[in-house]
Design a protein around this ligand. Sequence first.
Ligand code: HEM
Length: 417
Amino acid sequence: MTVDLPDDLLAPDAVRDPDAAAAVLREHDPVHWSPTHRAWLVTRFDDVVAACRHPALSSDRVRPLMERREPSHDASHRMLALISEWMVVTDPPAHTRLRRLAGAAFKQQQIAAMEERIQTLVDELVDGFLADQGTDLPRDLIAGVAYPLPAIVIAEMLGAPPEDRDRFREWSDELALVAFGAGGDARPDRHERALRGLEEMAAYFRELVALRRRDPGGDMLSAMIAGDGSDTDGLSDDELVGMCALLLFAGHETTTNAIANAIRLLTADPALRDRVRDDPALVNPAVEEALRLVGPIKVLVRWVIEDHELRGRTIRRGERVYLLLCGANRDPERFADPDAVDLARERATHIAFGRGIHACIGAQLARIETRIAVGTLLRRLPGLRVEGEPEYLPTIASRAQRSLTVVHDGVAAGSPR
Ligand code: HEM
């Protein structure tokens, strides 16, 4: 019997159920050449982990695009130039330096100490969400809680004044549109408007950098300006602007989707939902299982810079490799009963945050935000359930629901804490 191998990750079936598509590939052709994407699709856990550490696979994927184009002064070129400096799209040695400087600033932030503030923000957002329940506003938990939370956290972390919070949310959308061509709005002028918005964002960060150079605070931008003490190769103003944009881009939509996807997964089974609600110790393992089963990033992209073999296939220089985190995270060779939520599973063995030198630098913050948001929502909205089937945005990289319409049985007594 021949098996129909899924080839197009943007086909409606694969967008609706990426895990099923990845399962077929993982079983029948774990290193699959996709003519549609002109890329190798890699789906087994061990292969994906090894690929994340393989020196023949490069993350430097924006600069070559720019070099192939005519240099120009248009906004789109300037934005690509900003993005091409992001550490997530660089290789060593440039990456090593940027990561060291950002890592030092993250350490100084004492992320764990932000828990109390994040709890306050979540409670405020849930209050607002509940206050809207009496009106005709849609009961979309993404718009009400999961979307604004990480934007506010990043804005505060960077030391931006509170009145600028909403602009961070807009810029984040615009960044996604330019970096990935994502976004549901297909109006032709949308791209141009996004670029204008991003120019405004870059100008804003430039001013914030100048302000924090003159008047440092306890925020992460001030820590990045101060450097790691080595004092020889601190970040330039352009690099600081790029770093602010990257943190917003990498930390916003991902965390929104982590919260939304976890809520859908955990409320789908009322017994599981109530177990997690009644035992706060289960929130952490429940969030880890959600990251594994419905993680916000489905695919990582790498460029091949040296011919090499993988499972008998020759992977050639110049080709692309798609690492399917969604395939790896349900690999039965790695996880017993991989499609089940198992709250007793060993912690953090999944690959939702990547591996190797680019492994997510914001994982601790993302985990704290997701745990607090999920724990609080289950506690404060008893009987929480999601209406309708999920509708995912048609993107290769992210698992992003368009909305999350919920109902619940009232408000828990005595909340917020
Ligand atoms: C649940 C939420 C998140 C998920 C699932 C996630 C996932 C990932 C993954 C898979 C990578 C590796 C990319 C690659 O190898 O190409 C990554 C890198 C990165 N993440 Fe996250 N992330 C999340 C939240 C955050 C947050 C909150 C921040 C910061 C505020 C952040 C900042 C970054 C940065 C700067 C990188 C690039 C690191 C490097 O290139 O060395 N992420 N993330």
